[in-house]
Design a protein around this ligand. Sequence first.
Ligand code: BGC
Length: 750
Amino acid sequence: MNNSHNVETNAPRLFDADIAAQVEKLLERMSLEEKIGQLTQIGGISGFVPGPEPEEIVRRGGAGSVLWLNDPKRFNALQKIAVEESPSKIPLLFALDVIHGYRTIFPTPLAMAASWDPDVPERAQAIAAREARAAGIHWTFAPMIDIARDARWGRIVEGAGEDPYLGAAMAAAQVRGFQGESLGAPDRMLACAKHFAGYGAADGGRDYDPVYLPETLLRNVYFPPFQAALKAGVGTFMSAYMDLNNVPASANRWLLHDVLREEWGFEGFVVSDAFAVANLVTQGFAYNARDAALRALRAGLNMDMASATYLQHGAELVRSGAIAEADIDALVRPILAIKIRMGLFENPYVDESRLEEILSRPEHREEARRAAQRCMVLLRNEGNLLPLSKSLQNVAVIGPVADSMEALEGPWLVFGHQPAAVTILQGIREKLPHAHVTHASGPEIRRDYPSPFDALMETFSGAPRPAPQTPEEAEAAFQAAVETARNADVVIMALGETANMSGEAASRASLDLPGRQEELLKAVVALGKPVALVLVNGRPLSINWAAEHVPAILEAWHPGSEGGRAVADVLFGDVNPGGKLPVTFPRAGSHEPLYYARNITHAPEGSRMYSARYWDGPPTPLFPFGYGLSYTTFAFDNLTVNKPEIKVGEVAIVTVNVTNTGSVAGDEVVQLYIHQRAGSDSRPMRELKGFKRVTLEPGETKTVTFHLGPDELGYWSTSAGEWVQDAATFDLWAGGDSQASLHAELRVME
Ligand code: BGC
């Protein structure tokens, strides 16, 4: 096997003869300065970055793309300058982070991964694209497809969690959603696979910290979602901020050239992360800005986001002979080709009259509600407390995220977005129109250190954030919440994290419920009423106490604009939850990274030595990867392989039956895990290699089929230094989570 395992060149080609000819024609008439301009992306907000106004840079052909702008009128005005006044009249590409919705906000990407249904992110991102495109945005910096195995890392919320197989499925689905059938499809936008690569493995989960990843982890774990995005036709990649094995990703020729271009055959273009080219100096890698530009260009980084380092030094680097103009041309070509494919030369402007109609389409909101329903994970339901009865008369809804539109929508919304979510409180009130539904938020929750982005937004909006509660105010809020709960028959606690507690620059050391939330939860549970806990959060939380003492726990994540309605749908039984965890829930932040696909040690699970891993508590997850309950129950049986033995290179067909053994219809996610017993390298104790979410009526059985061939059974081997498929015996397990016990065996022979 060779290194390009898993990437067939069936990804749609960017260049054909016609596109190539058009690109050459454009290149011929462009000056060197204009070529460097195409490699430059500038911030669209006046005064955000020092230097000339965006209009002035665009007029002289000094920018190929503009970001951080969300204003159709301004887009059209800038575009007019580009296509009428700039020397070669090349249209601009407008870019913005449209991560999980533009106006209609969908669950966060981590939440969407919990649906284990790639249709959910595909449909969500198609709507996000339609709305954003109507606003004049051509290009989104999404999907973020970094594998994250450390929930302390704040950006875990932006990706699909810990697993490369699930992550690859979600990555491809998002690309299909954003881009549609092909680049330039109407109402779709250009996608960007980010952050290439390894960003999620930041030391200690501290955002931006260096990453040390051996090739086995890069190729077997961190690359697969990027390869899946590429296969799905993603037009652009974004390089990551951090040092990867001591070479910053943005100047890492091995990553950007050897792997991405040579091995995988990527034809699109790579943009740096914001200011990353200039940061090569800050990071202690480049000697100065000129050297930073040179090394990023040589590494194959096409576009400099926001740092203007290419703009300042690119032309001189060519004139001095440090880099050949032919190399610059090679970097410009895919940018021009994408602009042609996107139809920007024919249609550079956005029709401002369509925007409001598109943003107000009710079907977008309906899809957001459906998506949120499918993302929720039922973590506990002792005594079948849930679903609650709709004839309840007296319900208290308690907690700092219960009536917060911001918390429901979560992090990473577009500039200028005004939160407009249906909150949990509102959703419950709508569901129980005749009941007495009371509310108290309890003490507020805040980051200990403010987010740098909040500070930025304060500067732009001119609206300072409210002062923190005093300890006395917090105590009064605590007591009021307990009193409110005391007067109710049933209490719904909505606890978790605010939107700014996860995302970029939002890592945390502890995974406990922030602030006094657990204390409040204990005080409310002590009242002896039935309590259901709804979690609103961007990452796994170590809710150890709740997992033992609160009968019902529903993981709602940051569920988006319709989140409150979706929570009520699930709590009151109109929807049976069927989501599963896309990431392990550890018992403490200090246990991270904790993920299911670890290798077996000499003291495996079940052995006497195993529990000595920590002497101060069990090393096992609080909730395992793939876990989630339902209002019904499921049984698995008849796990069979069509042949007990296959040859290397052949495909085995695996089937398993799943039956709804309860009394209501429900969804189960059938998961297939493998383990290779011995071979060229040690392999993880379990690896997900197939999944399917199915709906079953009570008593119904379905047979689910999976394929295990070289793509699933092969891997990149450290010993061999290449992709291998070993002749080996495999354990197979199928079931409803990563601890499934239904077992079969498959032998792979030479
Ligand atoms: C983030 C990227 C984002 C870019 C542009 C950076 O700070 O790391 O994910 O796309 O900003 O907004």
